[in-house]
Design a protein around this ligand. Structure first.
Ligand code: FES
Length: 168
């Protein structure tokens, strides 16, 4: 009888030829690409690159087969991680297709109006950074965002502003 071998899906390609991704890959491989390796992997990314950004978090999410929202959630919850840009608090608004259709642009406009920042910027007092992400992997919750590690879904602009006000 023929035995079927379980083959792990091919790991995604690193975002660039930068040799530092090899170190990140080693950390993930050492842990068998387990989701439990998330924090250790993010530490490795930060040690290698100095910060976490959208590109690195998406790569880690797809390599460990975790929703991107989970990676953003962990990265924004623990203060030991440095996000780029770096404010005291972070709001990540998903601008993927599902969220865009459900009005993600209104969420961004509301934050831009209130805090005078665009994605990638931090308020002058350093209290809030705004980021955008291409699909947080929580499309059923569209439009979705992550505020300091907490995934919030089905947001109206007012609801999201209230979530932000709770932390800033
Ligand atoms: S498009 Fe926003 S979570 Fe997928």
């Amino acid at each position: 009888m023929e035995h079927k071998r379980r083959v792990r899906p091919v790991a995604p390609k690193p975002p660039s030829n930068d040799k530092r991704w090899k170190l990140v890959d080693v950390a993930m491989r050492r842990n068998g690409y387990s989701g439990h390796a998330l924090i250790e992997t993010l530490h490795t990314v930060q040690d290698c690159f100095g910060f976490l950004d959208d590109v690195s978090m998406r790569y880690v999410a797809s390599s460990l087969r975790l929703p991107t929202s989970k990676v953003y959630g962990v990265a924004t919850f623990y203060h030991l991680f440095t996000l780029k840009p770096q404010g005291e608090h972070t709001c990540v608004v998903c601008t993927g297709t599902a969220c865009y259709i459900k009005g993600a642009n209104h969420l961004l406009e509301g934050i831009e109006d209130r805090y005078k920042i665009h994605p990638g910027q931090t308020t002058k007092n350093g209290s809030l950074s705004l980021l955008s992400a291409r699909c947080l992997g929580a499309c059923g919750l569209a439009p979705a965002a992550v505020v300091d590690g907490k995934v919030v879904g089905n947001q109206t602009t007012e609801e999201l502003l209230t979530e932000i006000e709770k932390v800033v």
